[in-house]
Design a protein around this ligand. Structure first.
Ligand code: OSB
Ligand code: MG
Length: 376
């Protein structure tokens, strides 16, 4: 058993190497909340994937900061811990705020892997030595620029191309891409940009042989996704709608989707991500690891999670250089010519955190300390 001595919050600002556009907006500079746990001379790190605005989910960097500093940190500091698996119980009184909870819980797992001298991937139950990688390509200023970007990513070796789409940036784009690359593994992600009135249009995408259509309808829906899935040959994949294991069970049972995107922040931490993974695996539903434009810290955690057996489809976990001119870890995350990332075998996350870099990027920080302990 151990107890965390102090929790540091760092908000950093980092400019993306390439702006990222989805159906809900465009991001050029990321604001990112990092949490750091101190215990017995070791530091565990976690990254909160909440965005700058409440567009992907209700959470933002600011709500995560408030609830971490005001509610979650003290609960964690007061707890006697065995591992990251204790966190859901410790945080249970606080409803929602899953991205804030995940940052702390993942930092505990990160710390425990170091304490035990084992790789984080193994601690989570992963066994893969390499993970298959895909890329998520944002909406581009022109179809020509999109074609150029796809050509570059395929040349780099990525195994699956996911296109962000929205009404007006869909069928015509898919057609051009399929004409030029008839055989690549292709998918799309609408981030809830469509409604049931668009179902004829969406059904017509079967001709493009997409691996999946990600979150076409409302961010909180299962029912209409099930109605839509009945009309499609193409698999629906749910992202935003799946908040926990119970959601995964409901979605699978109702046939709202045939594939699940697991984002560890979206489901509240590694414990719940593993529970979603296992529930899907038992029901024969493949999963893959989503991305949220993470720094190297969140990316290293995504790599570890992706080593679990049912992460059988290429994820959105790709090289540091696709996001950042200079990452905050060492070495950078790199992808092989065959489109794979090697899972680190060193103890912990397997990438060193560059504190100098974090300090240079910090816009605010705060420390919450454990209550004074009675020494007897
Ligand atoms: O829906 O998967 C998504 C980025 C921000 C918010 C939502 C999503 C995404 C991505 C980017 O698709 C994935 C990545 O490369 O990190
Ligand atoms: Mg998505």
């Amino acid at each position: 058993m151990f107890q965390i001595e102090a929790i540091r919050l760092h908000e950093i600002a980092m400019e993306l190497a390439f702006p990222f556009e989805t159906s809900f907006g465009r991001t050029s500079t990321r604001r990112i909340l990092l949490v750091e746990l101190e215990c017995d001379g070791l530091t565990g790190w976690g990254e909160c994937v909440a965005g700058e605005h409440p567009y992907f989910s209700e959470e933002t960097v600011d709500t995560a900061w408030l609830v971490t500093e005001g509610e979650l940190a003290q609960r964690l500091l007061d707890a006697e811990l065995e591992g990251g698996g204790d966190c859901p119980r410790i945080f249970a009184q606080v409803r929602g705020h899953r991205m804030a909870k995940a940052a702390l819980e993942n930092a505990v797992w990160d710390l425990v892997a170091q304490r035990r001298g084992v790789p984080l991937a193994g601690l989570l139950g992963g066994a893969r030595t390499k993970i298959p990688c895909g890329v998520s390509i944002g909406i581009q200023p022109s179809p020509e620029q999109l074609m150029e970007t796809i050509a570059k990513e395929l040349a780099a070796g990525y195994q699956r191309i996911k296109l962000k789409c929205k009404p007006g940036w869909d069928s015509r784009i898919f057609e051009q891409v399929r004409t030029r690359w008839p055989d690549i593994v292709l998918s799309c992600d609408a981030n809830s940009a469509y409604r049931m009135r668009d179902s004829d249009e969406i059904a017509s995408w079967d001709q493009f042989r997409l691996l999946m259509i990600e979150q076409p309808l409302w961010y909180d829906d299962f029912y209409f996704h099930a109605m839509l899935q009945k009309r499609l040959n193409t698999a629906i994949c749910l992202d935003e709608s799946i908040r926990n294991r119970r959601d995964a069970l409901a979605a699978i049972d109702m046939e709202s989707c045939r594939i699940i995107n697991i984002k560890v922040g979206r489901v509240g931490g590694f414990s719940e991500a593993i529970a979603v993974h296992n529930a899907a695996e038992e029901r024969g539903v493949p999963v893959w690891c989503g991305g949220m434009l993470e720094t190297g810290i969140g990316r290293s955690h995504n790599i570890a999670l992706s080593s679990l057996p049912n992460f059988s489809l290429p994820g959105d976990v790709s090289a540091s250089s696709r996001y950042w001119r200079e990452d905050i870890i060492e070495p950078d995350v790199t992808v092989s010519r065959s489109g794979e990332i090697s899972v680190p075998t060193a103890a912990g996350r397997g990438f060193a955190v560059r504190r100098d870099r974090i300090e240079a990027l910090t816009v605010r920080s705060s420390t919450v300390r454990g209550r004074a302990r009675v020494l007897v």
